[in-house]
Design a protein around this ligand. Structure first.
Ligand SMILES: [Zn+2]
Ligand SMILES: [Zn+2]
Length: 186
């Protein structure tokens, strides 16, 4: 009864290597299956917080302990496309906003906007999928240890730009719930 067989009816064709490589995770961008050992990106909603005199990134959680925004998995091509597009368009996009909140030492990796303590931002971790020996489910493993200072962080302005430009719906509930999208400026 064992073997790495998905619940999707894969049986006799399992010798086909490409099927062995299929995980149970699809890219949130293009919808393609993310295969085991493919480089991919896990996007988490986090916020900077001071910890023992240093800065750390904590997952954004609701009071009941659930994620404020479910972590999302993207294939490397999709995420790299967003990031590349963002970088090449930065000059036209942003006017630096002054903020009264106190900035943490971290900045958006793209537009360099200071990230304030407690402000939500996106953390894009690069890694690959492996099979959990215990549950046999696809599990994300970061490809290398990334220090907080060198993490790829994305402010919500940059995420909003990706959503608009690429017709995505990445965590759009954040704006609706927090009223950021209500009442356009001007
Ligand atoms: Zn994709
Ligand atoms: Zn930004």
């Amino acid at each position: 009864m064992g073997g790495i067989v998905g619940s999707d009816g894969l049986t006799d064709d399992d010798r086909d290597e490409s099927k062995w490589l299929q995980s149970d995770k699809d890219c949130e961008g293009c919808g393609e299956n993310i295969q085991y050992a493919d480089e991919c990106v896990l996007l988490r909603l986090v916020y900077p917080a001071p910890y023992n005199g240093e800065v750390t990134l904590l997952d954004a959680l609701e009071e009941d302990g659930s994620y404020t925004a479910e972590p999302l998995l993207f294939c490397y091509e999709c995420w790299d496309g967003y990031a590349e597009d963002l970088r090449t368009n930065l000059n036209d996009m942003f006017v630096t906003k002054k903020t009264s909140a106190s900035p943490s030492p971290l900045r958006c990796s793209f537009c360099s906007k200071p990230l304030n303590w407690g402000d939500y931002c996106c953390y894009a971790a690069y890694g690959e999928l492996g099979v959990s020996p215990r549950t046999q489910e696809a599990t994300f493993t970061p490809s290398k240890y990334e220090s907080v200072e060198h993490a790829e962080l994305l402010c919500l302005d940059c995420l909003a730009w990706i959503n608009e430009e690429h017709d995505e719906n990445i965590w759009t509930h954040l704006w609706v719930e927090e009223g950021v999208l209500d009442g356009s400026e001007g």
